[in-house]
Write a protein that binds this ligand. Structure first.
Ligand code: S3P
Length: 432
């Protein structure tokens, strides 16, 4: 159990925040650099626990990675198909992205044997969604529940290209299959019901792979060769989301979030908050290493309820916990639906948010695929728990900014998974 964090209401928030690097892009930058030929330089990498898990695995597989704590990280890649067999179990900590994407990388390395595990949360998360398409490609993967849960073992094989129709809109599933396709002969494609985040497609192209995209289908041609690159990771819109909500609900606030990634597959939070009446300006749009970036300015606003579901969900899937906090402060009944995927994240986020916001006095009801929140009932500070889930911990801290009295969040330091500077930046923008 980690440390507790206590928070009292803020009078106002103001200042500029450089949110830390995008978690999804940081994982992909490390992985593709490790699979490329030559030395890549990555600036702005997220110094969080999850990318560190990816870096540790890639080191165990033969990549040389230096400067992970500094502003620019150097990665000497081994080249596709040339990973070394690790001498020990690969521990992926809390990181679902590391495990799912690395399964795609490892399954196609002929003759390589690896075992993969993680923390209690990761060992409970569903892996068949990735293991099944990889098996269709010829992968040999074993694990608990017939390969459905870690620990998992992989014996690398020469894989076949497939056309996979995914039942879920999941960038982790899509990316795992595309990464496996890099070493298969021919075109490997993945079609999704709704397009998920496309960072893998963009970055694979930047590293020199042939990537084809048509609507909700993405494909890669193998065998590919990746060449080392210089990259800059944009700020994480999923981390910016905490400030977008905090700046909206704390009175008299104004925050400027600089250098945030605004890839259209990730900007559902901007659309949802705007529909709720938030005052968010997107300024200084630019492109950084193939990803759209902008500065976001948020000012306090009176929020109103809205309905969030359908095609919006994949574009804001990680922001639903903090959107639930916004909904507590919005006039009317907010309905979040089609979000059953939240049950298989770092925690069951529908259950954990309903329970913990309920402890603060929120009128919140859990549904099988979402939440119904009646806003406008004042929150009152209480003891709450993060359930070892980084986004739950930070969402509860945002709620604590408007809850009367003191909110004490147990096990709050899991925020380091995706946003190590969060509490420090919160102290800086909070005005006395
Ligand atoms: C991620 C994809 C999403 C997201 C996760 C990161 C990625 O998961 O929730 O935090 O980096 O590809 P799914 O692909 O399972 O929806």
């Amino acid at each position: 159990m980690g440390q507790a964090f206590s928070i009292t209401p803020a009078r106002r928030l103001s200042g500029e925040i450089a949110v830390s690097g995008d978690k999804s892009i940081s994982h992909r930058a490390l992985m593709l650099a490790a699979l490329a030929e030559g030395e890549s330089v990555i600036e702005g990498l997220l110094p969080g626990d999850d990318p560190r898990s990816t870096a540790a695995c890639l080191r165990a597989l033969g990549a040389e990675i230096s400067g992970i704590d500094g502003p620019s990280v150097r990665v000497r890649g081994v080249g596709l198909g040339r990973l070394h067999e690790p001498a020990d179990v690969l521990d992926m900590g809390n990181s679902g992205t590391t495990m799912r994407l690395m399964l795609g990388v490892l399954a196609g390395q002929p003759g390589l044997f690896c075992t993969l595990t993680g923390d209690r949360s990761l060992r409970s998360r569903p892996m068949l969604r990735v293991v099944s398409p990889l098996r269709q490609m010829g992968a040999r993967i074993w694990g608990r529940e017939e390969g459905g849960r870690a620990p998992l073992a992989v014996w690398g094989e020469q894989l076949r290209a497939i056309d996979f129709v995914s039942p879920v809109a999941s960038a982790q599933v899509k990316s795992a299959v595309l990464l496996a396709g890099l070493l298969a002969e021919g075109l490997t494609s993945v079609s999704e019901p709704v397009r998920s985040r496309d960072h893998s497609e963009r970055m694979l192209r930047a590293f020199g792979a042939e990537v084809l995209v048509d609507g909700t289908t993405a494909a890669v041609r193998g065998p590919a060769r990746l060449r080392a690159q210089s990259l800059r990771v944009p700020g994480d819109i999923s981390s910016a989301a905490f400030w977008l909500v905090a700046g909206s609900i704390v009175p008299d606030s104004q925050l400027l979030l600089s250098g945030v990634g605004v890839n259209p597959t990730r900007t559902g939070i901007l659309d949802a908050l705007t529909a709720m009446g938030a005052d968010i300006a997107v300024e200084n749009r630019r492109e950084v290493c193939g990803e759209p970036v902008a500065d976001l300015r948020v000012r306090s606003a009176s929020l109103k309820a809205c309905t969030i579901g359908g095609e919006w969900i994949p574009r804001l899937v990680d922001e639903i916990p903090v959107l639930a906090v916004a909904a507590c402060c919005a006039a009317g009944k907010t309905v979040i639906r089609d979000a059953a995927e939240l049950r298989v994240k770092e925690s069951d986020r529908l259950a954990t948010m309903a329970r913990e916001l309920g402890r603060l006095g929120a009128h919140i009801e859990e549904r099988p695929d979402g939440l119904v929140i009646e806003g406008g009932h004042p929150l009152v500070g209480a003891g709450v728990e993060s359930h070892a889930d980084h986004r739950v911990a930070m969402s509860l801290a945002v709620a604590g900014l408007v809850a009367a009295g003191t909110t004490k969040i147990a096990d709050s330091d899991c925020a380091t998974v995706s946003y190590p500077q969060f509490y420090e930046q919160l102290a800086r923008v909070r005005q006395p």
